[in-house]
Design a protein around this ligand. Structure first.
Ligand code: AKG
Ligand code: FE2
Length: 400
């Protein structure tokens, strides 16, 4: 008894002190966590408001939850059951859902978002050439941990790069046209002309081709190609957004290999397109202004031989109309709200254009080339100007 009494007397003040310390620790932790939450929200809040909660839902929610909650996706396999060369021969009957578009065969996969599959965009040789170019370029991963020599880069750009590296885990690089020898440049220009023919937009609107390699488990999580430079602003008229994306598949991933491109907000159910060598997907990222397109009339004919007839045109101060399967637009510099436009302009991001590359499975790989095409010319324009038949002066004028 005595021993127990002594014991409890000795412990009581110490226990009380310990409780006080634990309380203080908890309080500190709660304050620190709340501060962190506020700081994260200050940074992430505008992103959530700008991009919408669907993107964050699809970034966070595991696949099995979607499998439980969502309708089964529509699986699209390029060239399923037919070979483009035979389908093209003699104007014979085309498989259901396949249409001719200029020199190509296309299927309209989804209306919202507007997605078109080109079954026969590139030849096997062209795909092998671009894959080899990618290897030669030495592609890098998107992940750039924002610490250099022990110094944390907490700037918005540093954090953005880091987060982007978590979203895209493939390696990739832009083709630098200026570094290509004449032979390689000619081959890239031939591919660029196909891009013009099938999208109806001048390739001068595109960023340089971006070659990507997905190793096993690599993926490109849910994202929009059309992003806002300043997320506190509404989606822009003047910031030359990416209005349309062309994604070319450079190899067959094969059955069970994963790597499908998925549009998870497509209606009535998500769409998954399998990666097949030489096929390409084109999709629109923009909501268009509600005006009827009319003939541009005067203005530069940038590429008279573009597919679908007509080809993209340029007319100062107005939006530029494409003649691709989407009838998508590109914008000459400076169309403003309320200004009379002859072609509908991009006024907002298409929310349903959210997409991802599903992870590539063990034992497989995936190669792609993306052309992110903007409303108007980009700085890449000058490089291609002469080869593509529009004047360097024009390209310089519209990018200056
Ligand atoms: O590789 C894919 O399936 C998607 C690629 C993509 O989203 C992109 O390049 O923007
Ligand atoms: Fe994308």
């Amino acid at each position: 008894m005595r021993r127990a009494g002594l014991f409890s007397r000795a412990r009581r003040p110490r226990a009380a002190g310990m409780r006080r310390s634990v309380r203080r620790l908890c309080l500190c932790l709660a304050v620190t966590l709340s501060l962190c939450a506020v700081m994260i929200w200050v940074r992430v809040g505008p992103l959530v408001r700008s991009y919408g909660e669907e993107m964050f839902y699809h970034l966070i929610v595991p696949g099995w939850v979607r499998w439980l909650l969502e309708p089964a996706p529509l699986i699209v396999t390029p060239r399923e059951g037919f070979e483009p060369t035979t389908a093209n021969d003699g104007g014979g009957a085309l498989p259901t859902g396949v249409e001719r578009w200029g020199d190509h065969l296309i299927t309209r996969v989804s209306a919202t978002p507007n997605v078109t599959l080109v079954h026969d965009f590139m030849t096997s040789e062209e795909c092998a050439f671009v894959r080899a170019l990618g290897r030669k370029m030495g592609m890098v991963s998107g992940t750039r941990f924002p610490v250099t020599n022990g110094v944390v880069d907490a700037s918005a750009a540093g954090l953005y790069n880091y987060v982007y590296g978590l979203v895209r885990t493939s390696v990739g690089e832009y083709v630098d046209y200026k570094s290509l020898d004449d032979g390689d440049l000619a081959r890239m220009v031939a591919i660029a002309k196909k891009v013009e023919a099938v999208t109806g937009l001048a390739v001068g609107n595109s960023e340089a081709p971006f070659v990507q390699h997905y190793e096993p488990s690599a993926r490109f999580r849910a994202h929009y190609d059309m992003y806002n430079v300043d997320v506190t602003k509404p989606f822009p008229y003047r910031d030359n957004p990416r209005s349309l994306t062309l994604l070319a598949y450079l190899n067959d991933v094969g059955d069970g290999g994963g790597g499908e491109t998925e549009f998870m907000l497509a209606k009535p159910r998500p769409v998954r397109v399998k990666a097949a060598e030489g096929a390409a997907l084109i999709w629109g990222n923009c909501e268009l202004e509600d005006v009827a397109p009319v003939d541009v009339g005067s203005g530069f004919k940038v590429n008279p031989s573009a597919g679908g007839g007509g080809g993209p045109k340029w007319d100062e101060g107005r939006c530029m109309g494409g003649a691709g399967p989407h009838g998508e637009v590109a914008n000459s510099p400076g169309a403003m709200p309320g200004e009379r436009t002859q072609w509908p302009c991009c006024v907002d991001r298409t929310r349903a254009s959210l997409h991802q590359s599903r992870p590539v499975r063990k034992g497989h790989e995936k190669w792609t080339m993306t052309m992110w095409m903007h409303q108007r010319f980009t700085s890449e324009s000058q490089v291609y100007a002469e080869e593509l038949g529009y004047s360097r002066e024009l390209a310089e004028l519209v990018t200056s």
